[in-house]
Design a protein around this ligand. Structure first.
Ligand code: NAG
Ligand code: NAG
Ligand code: NAG
Length: 291
């Protein structure tokens, strides 16, 4: 009696599986797409998968590719054994095709060329002529954009050199990090600055102040996990860009003060301008020593 409930569950389970097998039996043709989102970059050509399972010919069937939540409804129509795109949305004109030689294998996938950001969304593959329950499927298209970061030297701060990394033309918004030559993430001079351009793409910028090392090689890495893309740019900062050592600066200071004193005693400057002159001389010296 104690085992009865368990065996009852088993019986019901087996019955359920048998009924499922009969109703969705292999004789029933289904429309199958892709459970995974299709990811493409702007400008790519992409295939939106859709096929009949099992493998029956779709040559004499009607195939409608439409946008599910997109404003652009009519994307591609295959009717009476030919493409029939008179009512196609203008933004897809000349960019859609099906694989004619694959139709006999039940492959009604859509090829979309030169993908744009506004192509992202849900696509419906619908075969109205099919005499079965599952006549349609949806395929998600995700569109991304990437670009190479650009590094520049943005001056000095203390004993360090300020580096700037910029990268425009990303979608979605990426992460930006600075790394040293061993791949360790460096503390940046603040969070990344970002803005979005008129096309909806993101531009990111981030500064870092680096100290002199043996090789002075630094990397800017831009990463977008959703589209699984990463771009890196390296810079080798020449040694002489770094501010000189402390003794060097003291020697420089003494030299600057000496020049200023000489100038003052020669009576070239008025007393008020003397301080400005001294400051400028020091700045000029440190600028000259960088090059
Ligand atoms: C699908 O069609 C191709 C080409 O006719 C054939 O080689 C393949 O065996 C078929 N697959 C199935 C599962 O029937
Ligand atoms: C359909 O045809 C295209 C083009 O040949 C191919 O890339 C794709 O893998 C095919 N899909 C299936 C499910 O066979
Ligand atoms: C550079 O050196 C300064 C002073 O020694 C230190 O405070 C700073 O953290 C260093 N920066 C990096 C990125 O290691």
């Amino acid at each position: 009696m104690k085992t009865f409930p368990t065996s009852a569950v088993w019986c019901l389970g087996i019955l359920f599986i048998s009924v499922s097998l009969i109703t969705t039996g292999s004789s029933e043709v289904q429309v199958v797409g892709s459970a995974n989102t299709v990811v493409a970059l702007i400008g790519d050509d992409v295939i939106l998968p859709c096929f009949l399972k099992p493998n029956v010919s779709a040559e004499d069937m009607t195939v409608e590719w439409t946008g599910l939540y997109l404003k652009t409804r009519n994307i591609h129509l295959y009717l009476d054994s030919r493409d029939s795109n008179e009512d196609q949305h203008p933004s897809y004109r000349g960019r859609t095709s099906m694989f004619n030689e694959e139709l006999k294998n039940g492959n009604v996938s859509l090829k979309l060329t030169r993908v744009t950001l506004s192509d992202a969304g849900s696509y419906r593959c619908f075969i109205p002529t099919l005499k079965s329950q599952v006549k349609e499927t949806t395929v998600q298209l995700f569109v991304g954009a990437v670009s190479q970061p650009v590094i520049s030297i943005d001056g000095t701060k203390g004993w360090g050199v300020v580096l700037k990394c910029e990268s425009g033309g990303w979608f979605p918004e990426p992460e930006m990090e600075w790394l040293d030559s061993s791949g360790t993430i460096l503390p940046a001079d603040g969070p990344p600055e970002r803005h979005r351009d008129s096309e909806g793409l993101y531009a990111v910028r981030r500064h870092v102040t680096v100290n002199q090392t043996d090789i002075n090689r630094f990397t800017c890495r831009v990463n977008q996990l959703e589209i699984n893309h990463m771009k890196e740019t390296e810079i080798n900062v020449p040694d002489d860009v770094f501010p000189k050592s402390q003794t060097g600066l003291i020697v420089g200071l003494i030299a600057a003060v000496a020049v200023a004193v000489l100038a003052a005693s020669a009576g070239v400057y008025k007393r008020r301008k003397h301080t400005d002159g001294e400051f400028n001389l020091i700045s000029d010296w440190s600028l000259m020593s960088h090059h």
